[in-house]
Design a protein around this ligand. Structure first.
Ligand code: NDP
Length: 475
């Protein structure tokens, strides 16, 4: 049975997966009337069975009724699987929309696809917003971090609604502000996820290090709680939760989980788009690569494990002694990972001419999203104090944190490497820092000469300006 709307709905939600359903309910909680639609009926029936479903939510079972149920000019939010499904939905919806209507596409779309879709939708006079949405299902339900970009003319139309459902940061400001033109919103969301990959990898490595020391899951969870008192990072908080989670028989759930980590592509998207901008995001890339490695379990990892028959990595040393080093090491690695993400945003802003407001982005990420942490307050303050800041590594708060943490990070990485324990993100963080601070990147000089020898690619000198080529045939 379809419930009839008395008045046309203020927003339409197309796609009722975990995110679309939660956002629809969130809009209704804030007093907005929502029309909903899902391509197949199952998820609509599921929504209708939600106990006490707000009268402000009106489910529809066909697209034409759904569009007809919207107040004009219409606002439709699309929350479907990213990629081809978004284009298919747009192809079906667009003929039913009119000039002045607004489409908000909130999936994890590639920013180039968003720019392309905006151009095509604009041809019909319909405005397009590609919005990053962060916070997972719970965030979408209770208050996500939102990163809208695209047609700025559409911002006044949707601003009040989007800011109403967004999370609030520590300063009480909505975690939703206009990001920039074209695919800027989705670019920023992708890089949020890239930082998330890096930070999760660092946390995973620290957990494994502590397990290799012989610490129990509860002891590791206690250490996470302890560090989180100062870092206030959501990912540390939930790491303690997953470490303490028990299976039905009371045993630690983690001990029963297959060692395979999934990925939906935003981490890889971060790395590719950073490389396109000439930026190294080696810490974030380590997180992407490690997940891909874990998925090779059947094809390669088991075969290699059986062939080499090595023992589980074990580390010597007292738990408290190592915990005292792991805290500052983790903090420094976090700082280097966030810095890498923001450097790419800054580069994208310049190269694409988006005019990204970095303090505001840090502030939007201060609540609702997965990488929310107190470090974002430092980042916002650093870019506010110096809007032309080239890298966070020279911001005073970062200098202090990195100076304090790098000696410990070096000890942790060295011990892990000697024990055969992979720590690619922490190692990448250290290598990134050591490369950045190096007075002379000798390896780059070697590579420059090799390129000149085999390909006449030329090199530069450190004692005079210009571009040089050596005649290598003379020996
Ligand atoms: P899914 O990514 O699992 O997508 C499921 C939804 O997509 C269903 O409504 C499904 O409809 C619809 N869909 C798939 N193919 C088509 C198609 N060809 N035509 C119409 N509808 C289609 O759902 P989520 O809610 O998890 O995510 C939605 C978007 O939000 C994705 O882009 C995701 O990456 C992004 N996102 C997800 C987060 C999360 O934590 N889950 C966090 C932030 C963003 P049907 O039921 O008919 O198959």
């Amino acid at each position: 049975m379809i419930r009839k709307t008395k008045a046309a709905c203020q927003i339409g939600m197309y796609g009722l997966g975990p995110m679309g359903r939660s956002l629809a309910l969130n809009f209704a909680d804030h007093g907005y009337s929502v029309a909903t639609y899902n391509f197949t009926a199952d998820l609509t029936w599921q929504l209708m069975s939600v106990p006490g479903l707000a009268s402000l939510v009106t489910p529809f079972f066909n697209e034409r009724d759904f569009v007809a149920g919207l107040r004009q000019p219409r606002t439709v939010m699309i929350m479907v699987k990213s990629g081809a499904p978004v284009d298919e939905v747009l192809d079906r919806l667009l003929p039913m929309l009119d000039p002045g209507d607004v489409i908000i596409e909130g999936g994890n779309s590639d920013f180039r696809d968003t720019a392309r879709r905006q151009r095509s939708v604009n041809e019909k006079g319909v405005m397009y917003i590609g919005s990053g949405v962060s916070g997972g299902e719970e965030g979408a339900r209770r208050g996500p971090s939102l990163m809208p970009g695209g047609n700025v003319e559409a911002w006044p139309v949707v601003k009040e609604m989007l800011q109403a459902i967004a999370a609030r940061n520590q300063q009480g400001r909505p975690c939703c502000e206009w990001i920039g033109p074209e695919g800027a919103g989705h670019f920023v969301k992708t890089h949020h996820n890239g930082i998330e990959y890096g930070v999760m990898q660092i946390i995973g490595e620290v957990c494994w290090f502590m397990r290799a020391l012989g610490m129990s899951n509860d002891e590791i969870a206690d250490a996470m709680d302890n560090w989180n008192e100062t870092l206030k990072a959501f990912l540390l908080e939930i790491t303690a939760d997953v470490l303490r989670a028990q299976d039905d028989d009371g045993s630690p759930l983690l001990d029963h989980v297959l060692d395979v980590a999934g990925a939906k592509g935003t981490g890889a998207g971060t790395v590719v788009s950073a490389l396109d901008l000439g930026q190294s995001v080696n810490i974030l890339a380590a997180g992407v690569a490690a997940r891909l490695m874990s998925k090779n379990r059947r094809r390669r990892r088991l075969e290699i494990r059986d062939l080499y028959q090595l023992p589980e990595p074990a580390l010597a040393g007292g738990h408290e002694e190592w915990a005292a080093k792991l805290g500052p090491a983790l903090e420094a690695a976090f700082a280097l990972a966030y810095a890498q993400g923001f450097t790419t945003l800054e580069e994208a802003s310049m190269q694409y001419g988006w005019g990204l407001n970095l303090p505001q982005i840090a502030s939007i990420w201060g609540g609702g999203c997965i990488i929310r942490a107190d470090i974002l307050n430092e980042i916002s303050a650093a870019y506010t104090a110096n809007p032309t800041l080239d890298t966070l590594l020279v911001a005073p708060a970062f200098v202090e944190c990195i100076r304090r943490g790098v000696p410990a990070l070096r000890e942790v990485v060295s011990a892990a490497v000697l024990a055969g324990l992979p720590v690619p993100a922490m190692n990448s963080a250290l290598s990134n820092f050591d490369s950045m601070r190096s007075p002379n990147l000798v390896l780059a000089g070697v590579i420059a000469l090799l390129r000149d020898l085999f390909g006449a690619h030329t090199f530069q000198r450190n004692d005079r300006p210009g571009v040089f080529h050596r005649d290598w045939s003379k020996g």
